[in-house]
Design a protein around this ligand. Structure first.
Ligand code: SF4
Ligand code: SF4
Length: 68
């Protein structure tokens, strides 16, 4: 079944500060290798808290689908 929802997407300019991960209510963000934030699509509920918090402004809220 096709599922569409809002999800956070992290841009390449991420500076790995971790602010987004600290405010995520679903623990959906990990800082990979201390280099960049990565969002787990299965956990993100699209609340937008991370995007509002990011000091670099690199998180965009997108429409996510489980089908291409
Ligand atoms: S808050 Fe922004 S800059 Fe910091 S780790 Fe998250 S996405 Fe990267
Ligand atoms: S949109 Fe909400 S649930 Fe998704 S990663 Fe950001 S803070 Fe977490």
């Amino acid at each position: 079944m096709k599922l569409i929802k809002k999800m956070a997407r992290v841009g390449r300019e991420c500076v790995a500060c971790g602010c987004c991960a600290s405010v995520c209510p679903r623990d959906a963000i990990q800082i990979l290798y201390g280099i960049a934030a990565q969002v787990d699509a299965s956990r993100c509920v699209g609340c937008g808290r991370c995007a509002k918090t990011c000091p670099a402004g690199v998180i965009e809220m997108i429409e996510w689908s489980n089908e291409k």
